[in-house]
Design a protein around this ligand. Structure first.
Ligand SMILES: Cc1ncc(COP(=O)(O)O)c(C=O)c1O
Length: 397
């Protein structure tokens, strides 16, 4: 009766079983996996502001434009211009989320059975987004030597005759690593030479924490090789408003390819018309306040990262270390390989009441890593990392 692509594995893993039991027993949890900014009081835009933004003149009319309302596309282009990036509103397609933007781009580039390459480690939803388009998700390894980098050898080996596109996430989730300008140019040449498109997810781009931004670049800038590029973002991260359901993609690259991509994307978007008029009309109001909206979050993320570094440097010989986090909302911790990631996560939960994600959730190619969310409330974050440090020390003594 049902399609193979929706035959998802739905079993509960060991970690969720432990978590469920702990919740059912009413035991406290210091949650260092939180990724929803609206669950944290004072982080996202407030109710009166959003109520105003969502009642712009015109919300009573339906005059859809498949690519997005002109005022919405203009506001997105203006927002990019405020970062020094030149994009014409005509090369922007508005969607109901960044995830939907991925779905449009995947439909545009690949037929069932074709392949998209994603970085490893990276965002777990890619597997589902690709699978739902009947595509295979391949991986290319990111290396780490004091900072993350693209392993171009691994990328070259990962390409098959069915590969259609390469995804890059800048800064990465959960790595927090920005694509460096030299990497972007090399990636663009790599894709152009092989007739591949580059899909660049820049949802966390504004959240630089420990990065030399002069060495990083957006895929909207001119790139060597000038491959066809799709740059994705949305309100859920840049305006801390996932509930508004607005994302977008911008197309750059050789003129003829860009024009044909946009014509095909318009037809795809016309089949759904999914971004609502009130949400689209709110975009100019919300983006005008982007920097104000982001200020509290940036302060929270920086404070958490500082707390983590301070804790680690106060311990002369701890068997764990935070990896370099250049930006984004997470930090990755390397733990001793005396236990598996799953054992660490379960013992941290059961013995310390601290919830973290195991590295394998993000397809870390090796053990033993966990990730912590930098947007947890300061008291929760500080106590959580203090308990992680204590737990690791105790486990080795
Ligand atoms: C790297 C990355 N891309 C895209 C998304 C999804 O964004 P949206 O809520 O706009 O679909 C997320 C959400 O966490 C993400 O981490």
């Amino acid at each position: 009766m049902f399609s193979r692509r929706t035959a998802f594995e739905r079993f509960e893993n060991e970690i969720s079983l432990h978590l469920g039991r702990r919740r059912a027993a009413g035991l406290p949890i210091l949650d260092l996996t939180e990724s929803n900014p609206t669950s944290q009081r004072g982080l996202g835009p407030d109710q009166p502001f959003l109520a105003r933004a969502l009642s712009a003149p015109g919300i009573d009319r339906y005059a859809p434009d498949p690519c997005g309302l002109p005022v919405t596309r203009q506001a997105i282009a203006d927002d990019m211009a405020s970062r020094g990036l030149t994009v014409s509103p005509e090369s922007i397609i508005v969607t109901a989320s960044t995830s939907e933007a991925y779905a449009y781009v995947f439909k545009l580039l690949a037929d069932p059975g074709d392949e998209i390459l994603a970085p490893c480690p990276s965002y777990p939803l890619f597997e589902f987004l690709a699978g739902l388009e009947s595509l295979r998700l391949g991986f290319y390894r990111l290396g780490y030597d004091g900072e993350w980098f693209i392993d171009f050898d691994a990328l070259r080996k990962a390409v098959t005759p069915r590969t259609r596109a390469v995804i890059a996430v800048s800064p990465g989730n959960p790595t927090g690593a920005y694509l460096k300008r030299h990497e972007l140019h090399r990636l663009s040449r790599f894709c152009a030479e092989r007739g591949l498109a580059l899909i660049c997810d820049e949802v966390f781009f504004d959240y630089a924490l420990d990065a030399d931004m002069s060495g990083t670049a957006s895929a909207l800038e001119d790139c060597e090789g000038d491959c066809l590029r799709f740059v994705l973002s949305g309100l859920s991260k840049i305006a801390l408003s996932p509930q508004i359901k607005i994302g977008w993609l911008a197309v750059r690259g050789p003129d003829a390819l860009t024009a044909e991509a946009l014509r095909r994307l318009e037809v795809t978007a016309d089949a759904y018309l999914s971004a609502s008029t009130p949400a689209q009309l709110a975009v100019p109001v919300i983006l005008k306040e982007r920097l104000r909206i982001q200020a509290g979050m940036k302060a929270r993320l920086r404070r958490s990262l500082d707390a983590l570094k301070t804790l680690r440097s106060s311990l002369s010989s701890a068997a764990w270390e935070p990896l370099r986090t250049e930006g984004g909302w997470n930090a990755c911790l390397r733990l001793p390989r005396t236990r598996t990631e799953e054992e660490w996560v379960i013992s941290l939960l059961e013995d310390e009441g601290v919830l973290v994600h195991p590295g394998y959730f993000f397809d870390f190619p090796e053990e033993a890593f966990v990730t912590v969310s930098l947007l947890a409330a300061p008291d929760v974050f500080d106590e959580g990392i203090r308990r992680i440090a204590g737990h690791v020390a105790q486990s080795l003594s």
